[in-house]
Design a protein around this ligand. Sequence first.
Ligand SMILES: [Zn+2]
Ligand SMILES: [Zn+2]
Length: 157
Amino acid sequence: MEVLITDYTSEPKKLQGELDPQVFDMEDFTQIKAILPIRYDLRAQLLGLDFVVKGSLTFDVSMDCVRCGEFFSTTLHDSAFLRAFEVSDTMDYVDLTPDMRDSVLLSLPSFPLCSPGCKGLCSVCGTNFNTGSCSCEAPTVEGVWDSLDGLDIKQDD
Ligand SMILES: [Zn+2]
Ligand SMILES: [Zn+2]
């Protein structure tokens, strides 16, 4: 997203709108199923030799829950977007796209959960415990030792 620097002065001026996330090239992020346009609400100004942009970014994203595998949608927010670009006489534009991309990526949870209390899936039959239940015996830690009970260990007396 290129911003025309000459539109700005030392007075902060609004820079608001929506950015199509297609420009971010997020295909590597397989946990993201869909991402809606990034809504930016920024102020930009020229301070000395710097073009300063600050404000917030908000976007809706749908992701896979790492615990139950279900899609869920959430709204993410970077309320502390702040960048300063050194400008020169020969520069007309500043490209905010790489910085907005960084901001979006940093806002993504590294361990996305559909809810903090997601109960996950049954490891035996795959039932989603958020929506149902099953009668599988949960494998217990003690069960690991059951097979040892069947061993006929001879004691030498
Ligand atoms: Zn979940
Ligand atoms: Zn089960």
